[in-house]
Design a protein around this ligand. Structure first.
Ligand code: HEM
Length: 219
């Protein structure tokens, strides 16, 4: 009986954790396609509020404001900007944490290049530190990303779909890289560090496409 009680409490906790989050990137959570998201962005602020989708777009508007894309559209959204659940809050932490794996894993490649140039023990320790720190950051960032994007395996938005699985792969591979950093044979680690140098900028680009809008680089 006591075990059943504990199980029910745990299930209630899980529900609270993943309970229907609101605000930031409601569009992504609501599984909108890239075209629908672009259309939502293009709508004037008052039109967005008047439609059912308008409620979902409030979060995007606030984020647009944060990045200076559509400041006039953001004012009404700020009032609605309340955390709805623990899952919602965790998702909001994703943009804050993503810089940790990007910085540490890219720096690990730099430190490894220094180690190749001058194979001193000091550089080896730095590489281990960066690889382990980068792995912890990548796993945490990916987990928060799932809270932000919603818990599903397929997205109607191609950008979110690519970002979701590229990010999850980076997190998984970073665990292997952290373990390889302690091996005498450095080839597997070097291969994975080169993989990060390609996958992380792609990941950052896709993330920014979602936050700033399509073709945010303006090329
Ligand atoms: C190592 C893994 C990851 C990195 C480095 C990363 C990086 C980023 C970056 C740079 C942004 C743009 C943030 C901004 O400019 O404010 C972003 C946004 C976003 N990412 Fe990730 N990401 C990762 C994993 C994931 C995963 C696994 C998911 C989904 C399952 C995800 C979902 C999102 C969503 C929905 C956004 C839009 C902003 C938001 O709703 O918070 N990310 N990500």
């Amino acid at each position: 009986m006591r075990i059943m009680g504990k199980l029910l409490s745990f299930l209630a906790f899980l529900l609270l954790l993943v309970g229907s989050p609101a605000f930031a990137h409601e569009g992504h959570k609501a599984d909108m396609s890239d075209a629908e998201l672009a259309q939502m962005r293009a709508q004037p602020a008052n039109a967005r509020q008047a439609t059912p989708a308008g409620a979902a777009s409030q979060g995007t508007m606030a984020m647009e404001h944060a990045h200076g894309v559509a400041p006039d559209a953001a004012a009404p959204a700020a009032a609605d900007n309340h955390v709805k659940s623990l899952g919602d809050f965790l998702g909001r932490l994703h943009p804050m944490l993503v810089h940790v794996p990007i910085g540490l894993l890219m720096a690990a490649l730099l430190a490894e290049l220094l180690f190749i140039w001058k194979p001193m023990a000091g550089f080896g320790i730095v590489v281990r530190f960066l690889a382990v720190g980068g792995a912890l950051g990548a796993v945490a960032a990916a987990l928060l990303g799932w809270f932000s994007a919603g818990w599903r395996l397929h997205d109607r938005s191609d950008t979110l779909m690519a970002h979701r699985w590229n990010g999850t792969t980076i997190a998984a591979v970073s665990i292997a890289a952290a373990m390889f950093a302690f091996r005498a044979n450095r080839t597997p680690l070097r291969i994975l560090l080169v993989f990060f140098a390609i996958a992380l900028p792609i990941q950052g680009y896709l993330g920014a496409e979602m936050v700033y809008g399509p073709n945010h680089l303006g090329l």
